[in-house]
Write a protein that binds this ligand. Structure first.
Ligand SMILES: Cc1cc2nc3c(=O)[nH]c(=O)nc-3n(C[C@H](O)[C@H](O)[C@H](O)COP(=O)(O)O)c2cc1C
Length: 386
């Protein structure tokens, strides 16, 4: 039995378990995958400046965001079609997140319905109540693609509200689907026993038109995106959206100071610096490189979070030092799921949280608010100032 010591080990084991169709779908990026690779490499261009003799015998990683308290600033990113990784799919993911007291993003392209997800976490919430362990508020965040049909967008927001979701994360980097070469070559398809819970009507009408052939292949998924997702979306629509719900609205996919300022001006409650894990615009900057300019432009007015290439505790520390209030993990969750379902995701979260605590202690920080820009520098090898 291989001893697991890092997220890379879990990824290796997951690769052995997945078929080519699923593995390529999960791991690929757009086009030449330059952004995909740079998301990970870019973290190495930063160094942590440790402080010493600061009594680090007790390290606390608690964070508060949008009125909820979490045990860690490391959250799970929304990722489509998780039942390809494990039969329990999104259910296993949310149970792991709730056990670890964090927030978990659920994709519009989920293979599990919102009601099932809300049901699956009730025993965990009840157990916390009986054990008076209610100091944390693990929660579901809904990732929305704004549909051309606004009534449909509202329906799905209401469904999320009814099922306990506490934030809406609007993805804005996907007005059209990025070109992922592996999926095109594989003619990627969702296995026929699985379905996209929020698109059953579109998929059924497509399969009727196909003489009853039920297959969710890459062109059908692209069709769902193009029929459902509105490429004409602008900041004015975000203002409209903000008026439609009392939940906090975060905008996911911002990479520049200009858009960060617009997000604040249009009343957004938070920003996720993201390039969709390198799956949309290839050659877009690595997210850790974009983070500093976004955080600076926002200047503390709303929380800034980030995702993309976070694989180590030191990566989390660097993101927080550059101004993020939290980070999301995308693929590591899928690898945890494929490796061992709910337990695999818990193992993955335990590992990176342990690494993050260690990074904090070794850098001389005992609480999240201790981490700031004075703890980070560009590696002299790369010179450019922050
Ligand atoms: C297989 C896969 C599916 C994804 N599906 C979605 C999605 O449906 N909606 C969304 O906003 N982001 C989606 N993402 C992007 C993630 O939310 C996140 O931005 C990205 O995975 C972070 O990078 P990382 O994988 O390097 O951690 C997906 C990412 C992957 C790898």
């Amino acid at each position: 039995m291989t001893k697991i010591a890092s997220l890379d080990d879990i990824e290796r084991l997951a690769h052995q378990k997945l078929d080519k169709n699923a593995l390529d779908y999960y791991s690929s990026g757009a086009q030449d995958e330059l952004t995909l690779r740079d998301n990970i490499r870019a973290f190495d261009r930063y160094q942590i400046r440790p402080r010493v003799l600061r009594d680090v015998s007790c390290v606390n990683t608690d964070v508060k965001l949008f009125g909820n308290k979490f045990a860690s600033p490391i959250f799970i990113a929304p990722a489509a079609m998780q039942k390809m990784a494990h039969p329990e799919g999104e259910k296993a993911t949310v149970r792991a997140a709730f056990r670890k007291n964090i927030a978990v993003g659920i994709s519009t392209m989920t293979t599990t319905g919102f009601d099932e997800l809300w049901e699956t976490v009730q025993p965990i919430l009840n157990e916390k109540k009986t054990q008076a362990e209610e100091i944390y508020n693990p929660t579901l965040w809904f990732q929305l693609y704004v549909y051309k049909d606004r009534a449909r967008s509202l329906d799905i927001i209401r469904k999320a509200e009814r099922n306990g979701f506490t934030a809406v994360v609007v993805t804005v980097d996907t007005p059209v689907l990025g070109r992922r070469l592996a999926d095109i070559k594989n003619e990627f398809a969702l296995p026929p026993h699985l379905s996209l819970a929020n698109f059953t009507d579109i998929l059924e009408s497509e399969s009727d038109a196909n003489g009853g052939v039920k297959s969710t292949n890459i062109s059908m998924i692209a069709k769902c995106i193009t029929q459902a997702v509105d490429p004409s979306l602008t900041w004015e629509d975000m203002k409209w959206l903000k008026r439609q719900t009392k939940l906090p609205v975060l905008v996911k996919g911002v990479l520049t100071a200009q858009d960060a300022v617009l997000a604040v001006e249009h009343g957004m409650d938070g920003i996720v610096v993201s390039n969709h894990g390198g799956r949309q615009l290839d050659t877009a900057p690595a997210t850790i490189d974009a983070l500093a300019e976004v955080a600076e432009a926002v200047n503390g007015r709303i929380p800034v979070l980030m995702d993309g290439g976070v694989r180590r505790g030191t990566d989390v520390f660097k993101a927080l030092a550059l101004g993020a209030k939290g980070v999301f993990l995308g693929r590591p969750n899928l690898w945890g799921l494929a490796y061992n379902g709910e337990e695999g995701v818990c193992t993955m979260l335990d590992l990176i949280n342990e690494e993050f605590r260690l990074a904090m202690a070794l850098a001389g920080c005992t609480k999240i608010s201790d981490i700031n820009k004075t703890f980070i520098q560009r590696s002299p090898t790369y010179s450019a100032k922050l």
